[in-house]
Design a protein around this ligand. Structure first.
Ligand SMILES: Cc1cc2nc3c(=O)[nH]c(=O)nc-3n(C[C@H](O)[C@H](O)[C@H](O)COP(=O)(O)OP(=O)(O)OC[C@H]3O[C@@H](n4cnc5c(N)ncnc54)[C@H](O)[C@@H]3O)c2cc1C
Length: 573
């Protein structure tokens, strides 16, 4: 049976309705026909799970804070892989975007004198996280959703973007599957902006939503555009044991301790100055080392985060969600007991290479793909380099969502609708028909579970060449198994089996890129820690990875890091 098809047209088409996508839609302003495609209802985007805060050097809690300090902390946190021109732009924009969100209706937590409260976060030398208790992402997401409703932005919700149409270095639109109707549609646009979020679902223990399956990243890659710095995946130090669900760094920002089996605040041995508020790469490694050396609680693979000394009142005022999540998922009442935690895969530093205006580029010389923009976690600007600091990601999504939205709409205003190639929907159509009709014996769940478990074991916090090479072989076997996948539901409408299989194919493909980049990079930098090459090597590796798709797997090239102000130094905390 042939799939029905429809073709739609818009001036600017945004894929993704998290903070980056919705902020971009708002930036597009009046007079332009803007639409958003999202596989989820907008307020179910992963941005809504963000708890702890959004960074800006407002200087409310410490008037000595400045954009310069925020910039230095971010550059140092990135292990000097972040591009300093982009970081400077982000931190300078930060206070303005906070006030703008506030004027849109975002209710940030206050100090007694009425100004926006700010708390400490890992790797930041000043308290600069603005927050709405521990519902920061949720609060901002709701406010942005109100704004796009007010502007009557068309939202194709529960539509799954399958592929991107690029010909002759010009982006012409996307192919999407209407999940409810089971229809494949082509959406033509003068400009397309991807804000499709991160790729943290390749790991067994993860804080990420199921939807974070790297769809936008892989559609880009399959369209012949390289991906940047994919080997850098952040592990957050404090996920609920065995669940990965996040205990926000906001908890440590409010003063929580991390303890091993001896009741020792062991961060004193790893980061004597910043202690629990050292950056995430360092803190995750410290926890994992304690566990590996037998100082986990009862010798097991977890340690404690202890909030008890903060007191019930402060926990309920500042961290109510943490209390509820810990109680609901582990049965621990954090007023009375410490919470069992372990590091959890959390954030994707790598992604679609783009300029500070969100313009996607396709080589080390930054040649643009006309009409194609990206922002938020799916993009790599790169402001986080090898390790993101907490609260800089919501900031990135809003700052660069706004910038990319503005640039994409300016571009669209000067263009006519591009011609569509005749075979625009062919790859997507073939992929969907294949999944629906394939007769095999393998299940999506089993392959996914094996991928996530093996990625965790072989490409996690500590990595060696041997482990990584064996992981490449494992992925190749898993891809072979995927060629024999069979789904039970053969229907067209709301076929979650079909979407699950499409997502798995993307997880397998980008895991291969993560591991290939990690094998090649023979050094330690930020989140990428090679025990067989235990030093940072600026001479050979102070450069961004670009991974191109070929029939023989990813081919790697490199491009320079932009250093404007701070020369690389040893990182100490
Ligand atoms: C539990 C948790 C807590 C966090 N806490 C913080 C914090 O306190 N501070 C901070 O700075 N950062 C935090 N982060 C990180 C931060 O939340 C994210 O990096 C940021 O919100 C990403 O925003 P985004 O708009 O890029 O993507 P998302 O919010 O992930 O949105 C992605 C969008 O893309 C759409 N999409 C994806 N694929 C497709 C497809 N194939 N077809 C159609 N639509 C598609 C989805 O429907 C969704 O709307 C946290 C992350 C997690 C997981």
């Amino acid at each position: 049976m042939a799939m029905e098809e429809e073709v739609f047209s818009h001036d600017l088409l945004i894929v993704g309705a998290g903070l980056a996508g919705m902020r971009a839609a708002i930036a597009a302003g009046e007079g332009l026909d803007v639409a958003i495609v999202s596989k989820l209802h907008p307020v179910r985007s992963h941005s809504g799970a963000a708890q702890g805060g959004i960074a800006a050097s407002l200087g409310n809690s410490d008037e000595e804070d400045s954009w310069e300090t925020h910039m230095f902390d971010t550059v140092k946190g990135s292990d000097y892989l972040g591009d300093q021109d982009a970081i400077e732009m982000m931190v300078k924009d930060a206070p303005g975007v906070i006030y703008e969100l506030e004027h849109m209706g975002c209710v940030f937590t206050r100090m007694d004198d009425g100004r926006v409260a700010q708390r400490r976060f890992g790797g930041h030398s000043k308290p600069r996280a603005c927050f709405a208790a521990d519902w920061t992402g949720h609060t901002i997401l709701q406010v942005l959703y109100e704004q796009i409703m007010k502007r009557r932005v068309r939202v194709y919700e529960e539509w799954y973007m399958v592929s991107l149409i690029v010909r002759d270095n010009v982006c012409r639109g996307i192919v999407a599957y209407d999940i409810d109707q089971g229809k494949l549609c082509v959406i033509r646009a003068k400009a397309v902006l991807f804000a499709t979020g991160g790729y943290g679902r390749a790991f067994k223990i993860t804080s990420n939503a199921h939807a974070n399956s790297g769809d936008g990243i892989i559609a880009t890659y399959r369209a012949g555009i390289p991906l940047e710095d994919m080997e850098f995946v952040q592990f957050h130090p404090t996920g609920l044991w065995r669940q990965g669900i996040l205990v926000s760094e906001g908890a440590r920002g409010e003063g929580a301790y991390i303890l091993n089996n001896d009741g020792e605040r062991f961060m004193t041995n790893y980061a004597p100055e910043m202690m629990e508020l050292a950056p995430r790469d360092l803190t995750s490694r410290a926890i994992q080392t304690e566990i590996n050396e037998g100082r986990g609680i009862g010798g097991q693979d977890y340690v404690y985060i202890d909030l008890r000394h903060l007191g019930k009142e402060r926990i309920l005022e500042r961290l109510p969600q943490i209390h509820d999540l810990a109680y609901d998922f582990t049965g621990v009442d954090c007023f009375e007991e410490p919470i069992p935690i372990q590091p959890t895969a959390h954030y994707s530093m790598g992604g679609i290479p783009c300029t500070m205006e969100g313009q996607v580029t396709c080589d080390p010389g930054n040649t643009p793909i006309k009409g194609f923009f990206a922002a938020g976690e799916c993009s790599c600007v790169s402001v986080h380099g090898a390790n993101r600091l907490g609260t800089n990601s919501l900031l990135e999504a809003v700052v660069f969502g706004r910038r990319a939205g503005t640039a994409a709409s300016e571009y669209a205003k000067g263009e006519v609708l591009p011609e569509l190639p005749d075979d625009a929907n062919q790859p997507a159509r073939e992929e969907i028909e294949w999944v629906l009709n394939n007769q095999g014996s393998e299940s999506v769940m089993a392959i996914k579970d094996d991928l996530q478990t093996s990625m965790m074991e072989n490409c996690g916090i500590f990595r060696t060449e041997e482990q990584l090479k064996s992981q490449l072989a494992t992925i190749s076997k898993l891809r072979e198994r995927f060629s024999k996948v069979k789904i039970d539901d053969k229907g067209r409408r709301f076929n979650t089996d079909l979407i699950g299989a499409l997502e798995l194919s993307r997880l397998l493909e980008f895991s291969d890129i993560i591991v290939t980049g990690a094998v090649a990079r023979q050094e330690c930098r930020g989140s990428h820690y090679r025990t067989d090459h235990p030093k940072r090597d600026d001479e050979n590796w102070l450069k961004h990875t670009l991974a191109y798709r070929t029939d023989d797997g990813p081919r790697l090239e490199y491009k320079p890091v932009t250093i404007t102000t701070y020369q690389p130094e040893e990182r100490k905390y």
